[in-house]
Structure formats: structure tokens, C-alpha cells
Design a protein. Structure first.
Length: 318
């Protein structure tokens, strides 16, 4: 049995390892010339994963490591993106995965083979990233898609964007603060990327606006006693504590750091209704740095704002 695995990131590598364990011939099809997926930083525009130079993972090493390969004890509890990639490389070497990876290979199409109804096989069409004319179609017994959805940035569209004369980029393409010094910047969204960039740029920009349609719950990486928060609130506590009590404790923990309502971040949704925002810096920035201001918006308000501050830089971080 031969299986194609798309992507040599965390999902692709573990899928390949499991295929080997089950005696299945697996091959990873990777468009880059390295492993690491979204966690591999590359300063070249349009290259590398979604991480920026300063990205730190929001999950503790004990919770994010693969069960059959613990992260080394001397690695920090919350790792820099370079250490995450180093861990993936150690994993690939440990389980002899490198020889099963086909680099520089773009997957153009996956479709049922002609005999799919009888065999369940798939035709996978690929080409070399160096030469898109070299298309090859190979039939596999199965396909595992390990590329995730973050590789393809989702750029929003707001009225007035076509008239705005400043720079507009997605956080996917952000590398570091260089080029934003002494600028006024609007960051759209209040997810992890948006908050990270707002905090980083506040050190270098003359003004940073954090624009959001609604509030959010801001978690710290550290919980009671300085333990990683996911050591305290995790699937185990969720299983033994009633859900309403679990949510109530999470809210208390978040508001014990700073009153979300006082800072205009009180959310109408329950604390676990959407992906949490993780930031150790944001509450501190709100309290003593005047370069970050929160802007409650509608799409119309944002359009007005972009029209009245031409020649500034807008950073879309959704």
C-alpha cells in the first residue's frame, strides 16, 4: 500500500511516522526544500511559513510534544519558532523520515483514479517548483492532506482599500518591524497574530491602532504559581469539572490579570466559544504604553478611517 502525504510540517511528519509503524509505504510531497511547514521562518518575502521572526509558541512543550518523542528538558517551556523547527528535525532524524520526503514538489491536483470505484485509489498530479511544465501523475492507494489551512492567507476586503495609498499586507507576510518604524499602523483583528504584532510594533511605531469588531478573552501563557496555563486548564480538568464551573474559573483567571470590561475587551461570547487570544504583553501595553489604542469598529468605520489617514501603513492581521 502506497500513500501520498501532502506537506512536511507537524501533521505530515507524524502521518509518515505512523505509516511506517503500520508497514505502509508513505511519501511526503513537500513544495519547499526543507521540513517544518508553517514554523519555518524565512526572511524572504513570499517564502517560509506563517511565523514572523519573533514568534513564540503559545502551547507549552509538555502539551505540544509528540507522545513518542518528548521535547528535550533543556528547551524553554514556550519555544521560539527556531526551536520548534529544531524539534521537528530531531523527530525526523530519530524515526528515519528524511529519505521518504520528496522536496520541491507542488501538488496541483488530487482526484479519484479511473478505477476508484473498484480500488479507492487516487491520482496525484505534481510538478517541480523549479519547472511547472514538468507535470507527473502518480496513482496512490491513499492520500493524507497534512498542509492545514494557514498556508493560504485570507485577505479581507473593506470599502476604501482600493483608494488607500499606504501599504497593506496580511500578517502571513509580516517578517519583522523593519519598514514600520515611526509609522502609524492599523492592525485589523484581535487574534494571536494581531496582538503579537501590535505589541512588537508598539516599540517602533509612532502609533498602533488595534481594530476589532468585538471583544475577546486574553489568556496568559502562565497560570497559577507560574505554571504553564495549559498545565492547569486542560482536557483533564475539563473532564472532571462541570463545564459551567470550568468556564467560570477560566473567566476569573483572565479577569484576575486585568478587567476586560475596563479595557474595552469584554466579550459577548463565552470564553471557549472561539479560539482564545494568548498574550502576556497586551494588558501591560494597554496600561503604560500610549502607542497602542483599541478601536471598536464596523467595516464602515474602518473605511472612513483609512480614507482620512492616507500615506500611512495598514497591516491586516486576521
Amino acid at each position: 500500500m502506497k500513500v501520498a502525504i501532502i506537506g512536511a510540517g507537524a501533521s505530515g511528519l507524524t502521518a509518515l511516522k505512523q505509516c511506517k509503524d503500520e508497514g505502509i509505504e508513505g511519501v511526503i510531497l513537500e513544495k519547499e526544500n526543507y521540513i517544518g511547514g508553517l514554523w519555518r521562518f524565512n526572511a524572504e518575502p513570499g517564502k517560509g511559513g506563517t511565523v514572523y521572526r519573533s514568534t513564540i509558541i503559545n502551547t507549552s512543550k509538555e502539551m505540544m510534544c509528540f507522545s513518542d518523542f518528548p521535547i528535550p528538558a533543556d528547551f524553554a517551556p514556550f519555544m521560539h519558532n527556531s526551536k520548534v523547527v529544531e524539534y521537528f528535525e530531531m523527530y525526523a532524524k530519530k524515526f528515519d523520515l528524511y529519505k521518504h520526503i520528496q522536496y520541491n514538489t507542488f501538488v496541483e491536483c488530487v482526484e479519484p483514479a479511473k478505477d476508484y470505484d473498484q480500488t479507492g485509489r487516487w491520482d496525484v498530479t505534481t510538478y517541480s517548483c523549479d519547472d511547472p511544465t514538468t507535470k507527473v501523475t502518480t496513482t496512490y492507494d491513499g492520500v493524507i492532506v497534512g498542509s492545514g489551512h494557514h498556508w493560504d492567507p485570507r485577505m479581507p476586503s473593506f470599502p476604501g482599500m482600493d483608494k488607500f495609498k499606504g501599504k497593506q499586507i496580511h500578517s502571513h507576510d509580516y517578517k519583522d518591524y523593519k519598514g514600520f518604524e515611526n509609522q502609524r499602523v492599523v492592525i485589523v483583528g484581535i487574534g494571536n497574530s494581531a496582538v503579537d504584532l501590535a505589541c512588537e510594533l508598539s516599540h517602533h511605531c509612532s502609533q498602533v491602532y488595534l481594530s476589532t469588531r468585538r471583544g475577546t478573552w486574553v489568556f496568559s501563557r502562565l497560570g497559577p504559581g507560574g505554571l504553564p496555563v495549559d498545565h492547569v486548564f486542560n482536557r483533564f480538568t475539563d473532564a472532571v469539572i462541570p463545564f459551567w464551573m470550568f468556564e467560570d474559573e477560566l473567566k476569573k483567571a483572565c479577569n484576575s490579570r486585568f478587567d476586560h470590561e475596563h479595557y474595552g475587551l469584554k466579550s459577548k461570547h463565552s470564553i471557549l466559544a472561539q479560539h482564545p487570544t494568548m498574550s502576556d504583553e497586551l494588558p501591560v501595553k494597554f496600561s503604560y504604553v500610549s502607542t497602542i489604542k483599541r478601536h471598536q469598529r464596523s467595516d464602515k468605520l474602518l473605511a472612513i478611517k483609512t480614507n482620512i489617514i492616507p500615506n500611512e501603513q495598514v497591516l491586516n492581521a486576521l
